[in-house]
Structure formats: structure tokens, C-alpha cells
Design a protein around this ligand. Sequence first.
Ligand SMILES: [Fe+2]
Ligand SMILES: [Fe+2]
Length: 177
Amino acid sequence: MKLFSTELNSMNDLLVVQLEDLYDAEQRLVKALPKMAEASNTAQLRQAFEQHLTETEGHVSRLERIFGQLGVEPKRETCQAMKGLIAEGEEMIGAKGSPDVKDAALIAAAQRVEHYEMSGYGSARTFAQRLGHTDIANTLQQTLREEAAADEKLTQIAESSVNIQATARTASASQSR
Ligand SMILES: [Fe+2]
Ligand SMILES: [Fe+2]
């Protein structure tokens, strides 16, 4: 989110700024998610990232539709927070060491992203609702649900397999030293 020199004279201005921020964030994710998928050690995690990539492409299209409904041109406002979160994800992608622990690290990085998106969509949805844009609010809520589902899926993968394997294998690695 840009912190300075944004003109906010109405809640409508604020809604548009929020959408521009999300539009930038989502497009960054379309580029980042294939790298997360490729870096995954397990098929289950790779598939989760690939599935969310498809959803994320849908999020971009939904935002474009919303801009159209509001009668404004789709514009990207550099999302500094998402840039930072993706940079942290890339740090995990480039990390050396146990592939299982790396999967756990990829999940942790991805969940930060999902939570950030959820908070952005939650605000935008509430502003749209307040402005009487019921259709737009519903579309934003639909995306929010998909972000929450992606987050839950990552929790499930972490708790049911990745974290267990990462703990078991690294425990035996440190014992054999
Ligand atoms: Fe998204
Ligand atoms: Fe997402």
C-alpha cells in the first residue's frame, strides 16, 4: 500500500486505492506461485500452489471486472508489502538444507501472503458493502473465501505431513551426527 500522496476524498477513492493495491499484489503472485510450486519437495504441496495459481489468475480477472463496474481503468498501485512477502518467499526458495524443512518454510511464507490478501479483501469488501455496491462486495467475498480456503489447505498439508516429516527426518539427522 502506498503511504504518501494518495488523494482520498471519499470512501469510493479509498475503495479504488485498495483495489489497485490488490490488483498489483495479485499480479505479483501470478509470477511468484509457479516458483513456489517448482521449489516444493512434495507433490501435494506443489499441487496446492498450482491450484492456487489458477485461482489467483481468476482473482486478477475479477478485479478487472470490478474496475469495469466502477467505471475506472484497471491500475496497479505498487504493493510494497506483497513485494516484501514475495522476497521472503524467494529467500526460502533459495535456501539450502533439508527439503522437508524447506517445504515447511514455503508454507509459512505462503500463509503470510494469504493472510495479507484476506485482510485486504476484507477491507475492500466492507467498503464496497458500505457504498451499496452489493455485487462488487459479493465478488470480493468470493475471492476472500478462496484465500481462506488456500490458507486452510496449507495448514492441513503442514500439520498432516510436511511438519511431521521435517521434524522426524531432521531429528534423525541430528541424532546421527
Ligand atoms: Fe488472491
Ligand atoms: Fe492467495
